[in-house]
Design a protein. Structure first.
Length: 95
């Protein structure tokens, strides 16, 4: 459940990051928060899987982990790209 809270905060911070860049304000704090909560989401997911291993809930591992892995890879890559997009656009604009 904690991973969902962290994930929602990461998404909100990412959109704030993009909005702050668009209106010309300092976006770096929101970028840091977005990336930090993405990392916390991944850590909390790992903790969830660790709990399933400890209690030997092999059906949960077999059912959830394969799909969760793909989703986490995709969402993490999207989060990184969206959060660093303002920096890339800023560098591109200076050329």
């Amino acid at each position: 459940m904690l991973f969902m809270i962290f994930g929602v905060i990461a998404i909100i911070a990412t959109f704030i990051n993009l909005y702050m860049y668009k209106v010309g304000k300092d976006y770096k704090l929101a970028m840091g928060i977005g990336l930090s909560f993405t990392a916390l989401t991944l850590c909390s997911e790992y903790s969830l899987v660790s709990r399933w291993v400890r209690v030997e809930d092999w059906s949960a591992l077999g059912d959830v982990v394969p799909g969760m892995e793909r989703a986490l890879w995709f969402l993490t890559i999207v989060s990184i790209i969206l959060n660093i997009a303002p920096i890339i656009l800023e560098l591109k604009g200076k050329r």
